[in-house]
Design a protein. Structure first.
Length: 84
């Protein structure tokens, strides 16, 4: 089985890489889990995977990515409010 390198698949792969890099960075203590960088990586990763799901829908992945993105967005909003 080969994965066609379509734009949606490439975007989804980039999103998945962002998740893994953010996760590894937090566990290796290179990224602050409550910092802008980690939160943006998670939010952008979720959005990219959701875009790819618009072309090849999968309900469990859609639910997971929606929740993941909402949690990251909540963290960013909380961070912005705290800085004000």
């Amino acid at each position: 089985m080969s994965l066609p390198l379509t734009i949606p698949n490439i975007l989804g792969l980039i999103g998945a890489v962002l998740f893994v890099v953010a996760y590894a960075g937090m566990h290796l203590e290179k990224l602050d889990p409550h910092g802008v960088t980690a939160l943006l990586m998670n939010l952008i990763g979720a959005v990219l995977v959701l875009i790819s799901l618009a072309y090849d829908f999968n309900l469990p992945s859609f639910v997971l990515e929606t929740i993941w993105g909402l949690v990251a967005a909540y963290g960013l909003i909380k961070l912005v409010r705290r800085r004000r």
